[in-house]
Design a protein around this ligand. Structure first.
Ligand code: AMP
Length: 357
């Protein structure tokens, strides 16, 4: 370890991702300070110090910067202007270019397209009239999404002949926020790639995982994904292009649709560790969380070799009650997030079952 390695890492966001980053930092003998508005944020249980303040509280952010050698974040809705201010005086990763690109679906899809990465057909929508015109180009099949702040399937309307309310729901969405229309992609399966880039531009990617969603929330990730070697290497190429174009430092999660012919369509990227990379803690020597801490604090990246096949499953809401049964399994690693209360749709933990390769 050199003098230049970051010893204290400031993390914006105290949810389960911040918590797992804090645990990985501790594993490497680092300290963490976490900022979150909730006094009971799950990550505080694993932090050396914490600050309870709003994410855009300038004083609290500058206090976080003073206490840390490097700043990172666990969610993509961090205020870009606030991070840009921190970036001018502190080491912040991933950078604001990555953050701002990921926050706006229109900017993000344009960015993919400019890199030659396939996307769904997409259109900037600011009125019902534009929507009606653009729908003609998507054969009347598509998804209207808010450009910003959508997550876990929220802020979206599926346009379908079978839904009599689609027009009303679209109107409501468009009246409240700028939107994007995406043509409906008839994909075969969904995969994601979790990759990291260090400060010297070196890239390491984990194997691609295949994702299944339930009610708009990730349910399982299976590794390896059932895709061809060609598709796998296309996913690596996409990750490399995106990371390099953004001059990115840290871990990124990129969600991709696999078409019938194996071709890939990029859906979105998250400038952070990603739920579909949780399996790495059980099936690789180094998890995505440790890889992120290594990257942002100037340590060498780990090799991403996988020692087992696996399936990661989220425990959502009351599913957390399965924990004791899961603990009885010899082949399964359980991870609970220390959240006091389970609510429908709330991610309470996950477990990863290993299989022989
Ligand atoms: P998103 O919020 O963009 O991650 O979308 C949530 C889920 O909706 C994705 O994981 C896909 O299952 C589905 N989806 C999103 N965009 C499209 C699309 N353009 N065509 C078909 N399905 C989509």
């Amino acid at each position: 370890m050199s003098e230049k390695d970051a010893k204290t890492i400031g993390i914006i966001g105290g949810g389960q991702l911040g918590r797992m980053l804090a645990m990985a930092a501790a594993h490497l003998g680092r300290r963490v300070v976490i900022l979150d508005p909730q006094a009971e944020a799950p990550a505080f249980q694993c932090a050396n110090e914490h600050i309870v303040a709003a994410f855009d509280d300038a004083d609290a952010l500058s206090k976080l910067a003073q206490m840390s050698d490097v700043i990172t974040y666990e969610f993509e809705n961090v205020n870009v202007d606030a991070l840009r201010k921190l970036e001018s005086t502190s080491d912040c990763h991933p950078n604001t270019k990555a953050l701002s690109t990921s926050q706006d679906r229109l900017v993000e899809k344009t960015f993919f397209r400019e890199l030659g990465i396939g996307t769904a057909p997409f259109f900037d929508i600011d009125s019902i009239t534009t929507l009606e015109v653009c729908l003609k180009e998507t054969n009347h099949r598509g998804i209207l999404k808010t450009r910003r702040m959508g997550y876990d399937g929220k802020g979206q309307v599926r346009i379908s002949d079978k839904d009599p309310d689609w027009m009303m729901n679209c109107k409501e969405l468009i009246e409240n926020a700028p939107c994007i229309l995406e043509g409906f992609v008839d994909f075969d399966r969904e995969i994601s790639i979790i990759a990291a880039r260090d400060k010297n531009g070196r890239i390491e990617a984990f194997d691609v995982g295949e994702n299944v969603h339930k009610n708009g929330i990730l349910y399982t990730t299976t590794v390896p994904a059932d895709v061809s070697d060609n598709t796998r290497s296309s996913a690596y190429n996409i990750a490399e292009k995106v990371l390099s174009a953004l001059d990115y430092v840290g871990v990124i999660g990129i969600e991709l649709f696999v078409m019938n012919n194996g071709e890939l369509i990029a859906n979105e990227f998250a400038p952070r560790v990603h739920n579909s990379g949780h399996w790495t803690e059980a099936a690789c020597l180094t998890s995505q969380f440790e890889q992120h801490i290594r990257a942002v604090s100037g340590l060498p990246l780990a090799k991403t070799t996988r020692h087992s096949n696996c399936v990661m499953q989220n425990l959502i809401g009351d599913e957390v009650n399965q924990a004791i049964e899961i603990l009885k399994r010899q082949d399964t690693l359980l991870h609970l997030y220390g959240k006091a209360e389970s609510r429908p749709g709330r991610k309470m933990g996950h477990f990863t079952t290993l299989h022989e390769k």
